[in-house]
Design a protein around this ligand. Structure first.
Ligand code: ADP
Length: 381
């Protein structure tokens, strides 16, 4: 089989590395997998060991590694500096490292992944694709926090947004599914995975998103609180003596669905809710808070966009939980939004789930960040 070339896509998280070998022309994955629990006392002591393991798996798979013509790296924070796929040089690595100040959990892991992979694949372009990039276009009214301007400027405090690769890919696929020119389409994208975020996209350009300086703001997530009164932090500092590390841990790891119900996995949440009892009640409340927040964002983005042609659900929960889609948009017929109960429960792939009468078309559009990263990297080959 002749292969015009493959792209290795790497997503190095704080304790895991996901990898996928993508044929960017065909849009298919040749191979994929992940290494988890890095540095947590198991056999994979660090990211370098994780990448060595991945390299070994690639060789063992029998894939001709000479076909790897580029490596695409997901990088979480691009700050104000990076807003396009960027060919990685030593200078770019230093800058990504410097941005770790804004993303302490993510960017250092991304940098290690890049450094090791550059040694493993020294002869091909390595390309960084930033999670923040798509939101570089946010109007300043949406990107600016209403705090002391001098402090914000000095410390780079603004809303950057995350999951950008997914929001961009899904808004593009939505236009394709509708046979419409993206330049004419106003879309709300709801990326509901472990992390969750919403975006408003006007004519292919992002004009609002729910995540901010960090991926903590906005929707209720698996373990993150999303929006919260900042006063809660002052109160917990004064009343409970919680310091900054504890508060960080509370809001990022012990909140959201997990904080409310004890579980962050949506499948388990639905099972508990169905089973009833005390834990079922907690799960039901978590579900209701999740849905309520989602509805508030949909309402806000209807107002931001003025006219909404499409609402697209994506990622684990968005693609697989019909109840969430139905409940998030229930009772909005007056606003021209009506999910068809039957269509909502059938089908795979990109599909329409609204009624024919619905002025706004509601869709499920599977995300594929790895393919988007592979295509971006391929541009440099
Ligand atoms: P990540 O943000 O880690 O990439 P995903 O987009 O894979 O996450 O979404 C993970 C979430 O989606 C989990 O809460 C998981 O329970 C949920 N999920 C995935 N598949 C299903 C399913 N078939 N039914 C219900 N929930 C699902």
């Amino acid at each position: 089989m002749t292969n015009p070339g493959l792209v290795l896509v790497l997503n190095s998280g704080s304790s895991s590395i996901k990898y996928r070998l993508v044929d960017p022309g065909a849009g298919t994955a040749v191979l994929s997998g992940h290494v988890e629990q890095i540095g947590e006392g198991g056999p994979v002591v660090d990211h370098a060991a994780g990448l060595r393991l991945i390299h070994r798996r690639l060789i063992d798979s029998g894939v001709d590694l000479a076909a790897v013509r580029a490596v695409g790296h997901r990088v979480v924070h691009g700050g104000s500096r990076f807003f396009a796929p960027t060919l990685i040089t030593d200078a770019v690595v230093s800058e990504v490292q410097r941005l770790a100040e804004l993303a302490p959990l993510h960017n250092p892991a991304n940098v290690i992944g890049i450094e090791v992979a550059r040694k493993d694949f020294p002869d091909v372009p390595h390309v960084a694709v930033f999670d923040t990039a798509f939101f570089h276009s946010l109007p300043s009214a949406a990107a600016t926090y209403a705090i002391d301007h001098g402090v914000a400027t000095r410390y780079g405090i603004r809303r950057y947004g995350f999951h950008g690769t997914s929001h961009q890919y899904v808004s593009g696929e939505t236009a394709a599914a509708l046979g419409r020119d993206p330049a004419e389409l106003n879309t709300i994208v709801l990326h509901l995975g472990n992390g969750a975020s919403a975006s408003a996209v006007r004519g292919g350009v992002a004009v609002e998103t729910s995540m901010g300086l960090t991926p903590l703001e906005g929707l209720v997530m698996g373990t993150r609180s999303g929006d919260i009164d900042a006063g809660v932090l002052f109160h917990l500092d004064r009343a409970a003596g919680m310091g900054v590390e504890q508060l960080d841990e509370l809001l990022n790891r012990r909140s959201g669905l997990k904080g409310l119900s004890g579980v962050n996995d949506f499948r388990e949440l639905l099972q508990r809710r169905a089973a009833g009892g005390a834990s079922g009640e907690a799960a039901a409340l978590a579900y209701d808070v999740y849905i309520h927040r989602l509805r508030k964002y949909v309402g806000a983005y209807l107002a931001v966009l003025g006219r909404v042609d499409a609402i697209a659900f994506t990622a684990g929960v968005g693609e697989h939980v019909p109840d969430v889609r139905a409940d998030a948009l229930a009772g909005l017929d007056g606003l021209g939004i009506a999910v068809d109960p039957h269509r909502n429960r059938i089908g795979t792939g990109a599909r329409i789930i609204s009624t024919d009468a619905s002025r706004t078309t509601v869709l499920v559009v599977p995300t594929n960040e790895e393919l988007a990263i592979a295509r971006a990297a391929w541009e440099f080959v």
